[in-house]
Design a protein around this ligand. Structure first.
Ligand code: ZN
Length: 304
């Protein structure tokens, strides 16, 4: 019997771009949007947009609208209605309930400080203590630890075994569902079968694969794009104030994103309009052209 209430619609290529509405799109997020879009369209697939607003403490008012307007300014048009995680809490709770029924979840009241003191990886301290699962943070018993997977761009990835076997949080003590849970439930429910995103998310991927297995669903293919970094180890992010990309003049940043993704750009591209430019990108895109590296340093922020 399938151990979950979530079921996946079977279909051809379905990809997605899933920004968190914590600020405007910057060049790094544009690369993820364009990379996922081009790969979907080059494979005659659907491209979905999901607003990952589950962590409401990080949401900036109207950032979602700004992100969607920016995508449209870059001719990045989504194929199905935009989904918001905060409008799908019942879906996540159904999954938690299903796992609770199978005794795969336990309550945990350990503090972050306590876990740090034992080396940062949770050792199942609360598993036998039968805490209240209505009030405490919830941990999922790891039954499908994944220590290795293949990435379509980055190759074979090995994961720290202790981390892979950890019973991790799926609901926080403040009541918020954990990102690791919702992202997998969303991908299952939306029928996503290839995930193209930035290499900053390569580390949690093994854990997500284990959850796909635990929820008895097929595992999508993963392709982690190189990260745009200002200098080695420093990715462009909202947190380090990477500048917003221009909505008024999108062509230079789009061409820079194409170049970043290994497309054979040329000077004549500036003569195309934004729709023609995106069509050219779809036509020229090939996942194999993308540099097989975790990060690429960009000399300047292509913002205008
Ligand atoms: Zn605990």
């Amino acid at each position: 019997m399938p151990p979950t209430a979530v079921t996946a619609p079977m279909c051809k290529y379905r990809g997605r771009f899933a920004p968190s509405p914590s600020g405007p799109l910057h060049f790094g997020s544009l690369v993820a949007a364009v990379g996922s879009y081009l790969d979907a369209k080059a494979n005659q697939g659907k491209w979905l947009v999901r607003i990952e607003d589950i962590d409401t403490t990080r949401v900036i008012k109207d950032a979602d609208t700004d992100i969607l307007n920016t995508l449209q300014a870059y001719a990045l048009y989504w194929d199905e209605p935009v989904v918001y995680q905060t409008q799908r809490l019942n879906l996540y709770q159904d999954t938690v309930n299903s796992l609770l029924k199978q005794n795969l979840i336990y309550g945990c009241n350990c503090t972050r400080k306590q876990i740090k003191a034992i080396g940062g990886i949770y050792k199942g301290h609360c598993k036998a203590l039968k805490h209240n699962t209505n009030t405490d943070a919830l941990r999922l018993i790891q039954t499908h630890a994944t220590t290795q997977f293949n990435d379509l761009i980055q190759g074979d990835i090995n994961v720290n075994s202790a981390l892979a076997h950890e019973d991790y949080l799926i609901k926080r003590s403040d009541g918020l569902f954990a990102y690791q849970l919702v992202v997998v439930v969303d991908d299952i429910e939306q029928g996503i079968n290839r995930i193209v995103r930035g290499a900053d998310l390569i580390e949690p991927t093994a854990r997500q694969i284990s959850l796909f297995k635990q929820l008895n669903n097929p595992i999508p293919e993963f392709a982690h794009l190189p990260l745009a970094v200002a200098k080695p180890g420093f990715k462009l992010s909202k947190q380090n104030y990477a500048p917003a990309i221009s909505k008024q003049n999108p062509k230079p940043a789009l061409i820079s994103a194409f170049e970043f993704l290994g497309l054979p750009i040329n000077a004549n591209l500036m003569d195309l309009n934004i729709e023609q430019l995106m069509a050219w990108g779809v036509n020229k895109f090939n996942l194999k052209q993308i540099p097989h590296v975790p990060e690429i340093q960009i000399s300047q922020h292509p913002t205008s």
